[in-house]
Design a protein around this ligand. Structure first.
Ligand SMILES: Nc1ncnc2c1ncn2[C@@H]1O[C@H](COP(=O)(O)OP(=O)(O)OP(=O)(O)O)[C@@H](O)[C@H]1O
Ligand SMILES: [Mg+2]
Length: 140
């Protein structure tokens, strides 16, 4: 799963690194559905049972949100990895502001996620936690 604030660059990272190999699951794929959490769990379990590699692309901001996904991987007998897009909040906010249409979320949403955010840790059951930080600004 990827972990990070809105605008951190999770979906961009997934598209660049995992799109060819993994089924991408996100609650954003069905914004109007009820019980999106349960639906996501069902879809993930189904894909894993079918032998697919899966990446869950949500903010996944707290251990409570991540726990059912870690459990789903364990139940399927597959390794589970967190990729934390540790983009500074001000950069996430700026990237979000630059987005168009429905992709742009209200800034209060980014602040709310930051307020409850807990970095992923191997203590949660991840086999691996990777951290991706924006590189230094390039000079010409
Ligand atoms: N490494 C990067 N450098 C500069 N801009 C980036 C980078 N990664 C993503 N962006 C841009 O930042 C914006 C947000 O990226 P993206 O949609 O991947 O974020 P997200 O974490 O998936 O957000 P959300 O949680 O709202 O889905 C996009 O306009 C994207 O093009
Ligand atoms: Mg996204």
């Amino acid at each position: 799963m990827v972990v990070g604030l809105q605008g951190a660059g999770k979906s961009t990272w997934v598209a660049a690194h995992l799109a060819g190999t993994h089924a991408v699951v996100s609650k954003d794929h069905w914004p109007r559905a009820r019980r999106r959490e349960a639906r996501q769990q069902r879809v993930v379990a189904m894909l894993l049972a079918a032998g697919r590699s899966v990446v869950v692309d949500n903010t996944n901001a707290s251990a409570e949100e991540r726990a059912p996904l870690v459990a789903a991987a364990r139940a399927a007998g597959v390794p589970v990895r967190a990729v934390w897009l540790d983009t500074p909040p001000e950069v996430s906010l700026a990237r979000n502001e630059a987005r168009e249409g429905a992709a742009r979320v209200p800034p209060v949403g980014v602040f709310a996620t930051r307020a409850r955010f807990v970095p992923p840790s191997v203590a949660e059951g991840f086999d691996r936690v990777d951290v991706v930080r924006p590189g230094p600004p390039r000079t010409l």
